[in-house]
Design a protein around this ligand. Sequence first.
Ligand SMILES: Cc1cc2nc3c(=O)[nH]c(=O)nc-3n(C[C@H](O)[C@H](O)[C@H](O)COP(=O)(O)OP(=O)(O)OC[C@H]3O[C@@H](n4cnc5c(N)ncnc54)[C@H](O)[C@@H]3O)c2cc1C
Length: 403
Amino acid sequence: MGVRHAVVAGGGIGGLAAAVALSRRGWRVTVCERAPSLTAVGAGIVLAPNALRALESIGLGPDVWAGDALLGPVGLRTPDGTWLSRTGTSAMSSRHGPPACAVHRGFLIDALAAALPPGVVRLGVSVTGVDDAGGAVVVRTSGGDLRAEVVVAADGMRSVLRGQLFPRHPGLRHAGEAGWRAVLPGVGPPGRSAAETWGRGERFGIVPLVDGRIYVYATAAVGPGTKPADHHAELTRRFGAWHDPIPALLDRLGRRNPDAVGILHHDFYELASPLPRFHSGRVALLGDAAHAMTPNMGQGGCQAIEDAVVVAHLLADDADVPAALAAYTTARHRRTTRVSRRSRRIGELARLSRPLAVSARNLAVRATPPAVTARALDTVLGWQPPSCPASPTRPSATTEAQP
Ligand SMILES: Cc1cc2nc3c(=O)[nH]c(=O)nc-3n(C[C@H](O)[C@H](O)[C@H](O)COP(=O)(O)OP(=O)(O)OC[C@H]3O[C@@H](n4cnc5c(N)ncnc54)[C@H](O)[C@@H]3O)c2cc1C
């Protein structure tokens, strides 16, 4: 059998990870990315142990990500600075493998792109649809048709291919929140610790990046389309009286961004309901195209990377493509649905705003020992990638640690 051709729609985190994983399994890959460059829009992204293991399985090991710059303790605080919980790195580390690390999205995209053979990515090319052509698929793009044995739809939460393949699916729904993100230069918190502070319907997060910069984010429970005229003024109004170092960080954000350039603001969306499956014939959906979830667990990108590694594993050697993609749905659907549901629940808790409910929530979080919190994350962070190099046996849903 000659070298088979895979077309990947979308050169984001999931698409590029799939392209790397498929190339390593011997596929000739073409990535169609509609943007004119791979410059990632975005701020920081946390790569949890499950994603770090998945990346390592496709040749992107710890040296690429962090060196000695892994995240330190992770904690939850109240606006006056009281710690509700604090998880030590060592406890997390021994339980789930390496601690998480946080990188700029651009760094992650560059690292994935650098791991690809030359000529794989076609920029400024939009995928507009797919047509079944018997033993292959014809991919319609703005740069002409492409023929492929398999298509990976990694075209993000507003996926065109999801719309074509699942026309009755309701699509996205607003998650009841909007968020701000920015990256600041300068010295981060001591011990490389990361913290999120939960108020009443509002959150503020501080995460040190591996390059020494600080990733800050904030959320507010607001309806769709609620866009403040001045983002920095709005952040200061909401969070300016919270515990240190939040006021100082906001001040720096304002000085560096007198006209608020550099502060990203987005409504949060998720899929209104799970797709019936993550494949259709010779097309596999992955990442946000398959299971767009709220960012509350920091797992959307991590799950996209897991998807990429698993689908490439199942497509290894001379695997029958439709059967491999059916196995991909079996391996990924339940896991990603659970993670999405959990992420949504965390958001519901985090954006409580009634004083009594907030007090009860905070009491419950404080009463939970860190070891219990760490154990509760086993199924998400303890995930193991299928073995690499390719084995003829397929991974099953057992690659997910069971509760
Ligand atoms: C505020 C916020 C914070 C987050 N924090 C984290 C975190 O800490 N950790 C984590 O793991 N996840 C996080 N996520 C989630 C994560 O960003 C997404 O899950 C991840 O980017 C999904 O990757 P993807 O490749 O599926 O989609 P995307 O990254 O959206 O990439 C899709 C790509 O497809 C391209 N495209 C779209 N349509 C077409 C088309 N028709 N033809 C060709 N190209 C097309 C787009 O230009 C884009 O490059 C966060 C999300 C948000 C909103």
